[in-house]
Design a protein around this ligand. Structure first.
Ligand code: ME8
Length: 525
């Protein structure tokens, strides 16, 4: 049976345009999906929007719309952005869809019947934008520890989920499954900050607002947005519905990607809900840090927000995706600055990648009239060294990617690009041509084309169109020379390939002008 790969992003809170930080999770999930697909696995990717709660109710009112009109408009906007970013999701779930609401109600009743949910009274300090209650000791300088805004005292009759019952099982699970939480320090953080101080039972209903899924047996209660939202990963697959074929096939998820601010919900409550349903837990939950600006978080009031559309329209999708993935260490915050973006473009994409392609294609045209020379010889020292280096880099790349060190995995590809550029300088094809060293020259051209083919396959999950463009320019048409398996071989049928020189894939930018352009665009946001 083929391997399967189910990857999810958090479902987004529909509160406006997505900036490049929020787009990061989904670009990463899409890249992981494409990588597994390229390896021949049966993949499935889920994204969506988290559409209930008091904040949405208020936003819709401000916009003069019903909450449903408001969230549908937001979901449409999100889908347009994902189309522009070439995100290959298989399903988009809105938590206001019937397929989700019905099952959340079923899950609530199951918990109630099992005695995992009980009725009590909740009193606490509530952050409206985060829809979370906090205790006094969790506040930071008297304000919400997540968003820094004011909290208000609230009291209401509510249902609670008995988290304490599952704490020991959760800790044992953490212990026995080292791959469950990545990076590992997030596990320590959960234990130290939330479990050791004593995990509170979680209040899972509200009566203070209306916009949410009603408790079927007690409809003045609305199901708390986190129980509602988290279960989307199951309901989208048809869990507990008449047709649960997708659920049977894809659950448990192989990878769930979330930002650091929602780690607590995904690393503590989510696994406990799954345990209470007697369901297996996702194989890995990857928590990534944030993309920050030099002056801190992106925010409209600071005038430092950058939207993906601005970068895509001017520099192309692949440059935008590359920057996001390359600048984000995952376990630490990454930083956006106009200077860093243009530098990555000019150095990594233009100098390193685009030039390697241009130089190679021009030389095959010049020395062999555009036909990649057939090569059946024995590689000499320099060629052999290049072959071995390439093999090693592919292994390094996969090792890093499988540990979800995305930026480092891209670095390994760029090491291969640099090494291949260096190979041109070392072998000096122009001198070989003058000296009429035809066999050596053939070998150099052949190795360059083969390395470019490998580089194109390696970057394909992240930069699909650039990869296709490279493969077209170097004349690789056969599907079996574009798949992951073919990274293992040096294809001996060079003579079949005909170069199709095209435009350079990335052209050098005027750094000063472009930095200014991005700065102006940020001010305009
Ligand atoms: O959290 N850099 O939705 P959301 C990187 N609805 N990632 C960032 C970021 C930044 N600057 N800013 C935000 C929600 N994110 C809930 C999820 S899941 C059952 C419910 C990430 O739209 C953030 O960490 O506020 C989160 O993973 C995602 O964007 C969506 O955030």
């Amino acid at each position: 049976m083929k391997n399967k790969f189910y990857v999810t992003t958090p479902i987004y809170y529909p509160s406006g345009r997505f900036h490049i930080g929020t787009a990061y999770t989904t670009v990463l999930a899409d890249s992981m999906k494409r990588y597994h697909k390229l390896k021949g696995e049966d993949t499935y990717m889920l994204t969506g929007t988290d559409e209930h709660g008091q904040k949405i109710e208020e936003k819709a009112k401000e916009a003069g719309q019903t909450p449903k009109e408001y969230v549908d408009k937001m979901a449409k906007m999100a889908k347009e952005l994902w189309a522009k970013m070439n995100i290959q999701y298989d399903d988009y779930i809105q938590t206001t869809e019937e397929r989700h609401e019905k099952i959340v109600q079923k899950i609530f009743e199951i918990f109630l019947e099992k005695g995992d949910i009980y009725k009590g009274e909740y009193e606490g300090l509530y952050c409206v934008p985060c829809e979370t209650y906090f205790t006094q000791s969790q506040l930071v300088e008297g304000k919400c520890p997540d968003c820094g805004r004011e909290v208000i005292p609230m009291k209401e009759e509510a249902y609670f989920f008995n988290m304490k019952k599952y704490v020991d099982r959760l800790l044992a699970y953490y212990d026995e499954h080292p791959d469950f939480i990545k990076p590992a320090f997030r596990k320590t953080e959960m234990i130290k900050n939330f479990i050791e101080p004593g995990l509170e039972d979680l209040c899972i209903t509200r009566t203070s607002f209306d916009w949410g899924i009603k408790v079927p047996s007690d409809p003045k209660h609305v199901i708390y947005v986190w129980l509602d939202a988290l279960t989307n990963y199951l309901t989208a697959l048809g869990y507990l519905s008449d047709d649960d074929a997708l659920f049977q096939k894809y659950w448990p998820a192989d990878l769930q990607i979330v930002g650091k601010d929602i780690a607590r919900f995904h690393l503590i409550y989510w696994p406990i809900f799954l345990m209470a349903l007697d369901l297996p837990l996702p194989k890995t939950i990857l928590v990534h840090n944030w993309i920050m600006m030099k002056d801190g978080k992106m925010s409209k009031s600071k005038g430092n927000v950058i939207y993906p559309e601005t970068l895509i329209d001017r520099y192309g999708l692949d440059a935008t995706r590359y920057f996001l993935l390359r600048e984000m260490p995952v376990a630490q915050d990454g930083f956006f600055s106009p200077e860093a973006f243009i530098e990555r473009y000019n150095f990594d994409l233009c100098n390193d990648l685009s030039n390697l392609l241009n130089r190679t294609v021009s030389m095959v045209n010049k020395y062999f009239e555009g036909i990649v020379p057939t090569y059946n010889g024995t590689p000499n020292e320099a060629d052999k060294e290049l072959e071995e280096y390439s093999e090693k880099q592919i292994v390094e790349f996969e090792n890093k990617l499988n540990e979800y060190e995305i930026a480092n995995s891209l670095q390994e590809i760029w090491n291969l690009i640099s090494r291949t550029n260096k190979y041109i300088d070392e072998t000096m094809p122009w001198a070989l041509s003058k000296e009429e060293e035809t066999e050596k020259l053939k070998s150099v051209m052949y190795h360059l084309i083969e390395n470019l083919r490998k580089i194109a396959i390696l970057i394909k999950p992240f930069m699909n169109d650039t990869a296709d463009n490279i493969l077209r320019q170097i004349g690789v048409k056969e599907a079996n020379l574009q798949n992951w398996e073919s990274l293992k071989i040096y294809d001996k049928n060079g003579g079949q390939k005909v170069i199709e020189k095209g435009e350079p894939i990335f052209m050098r930018l005027n750094a000063e002008e472009e930095v200014e352009f991005i700065k102006q665009a940020m001010k305009g946001n």
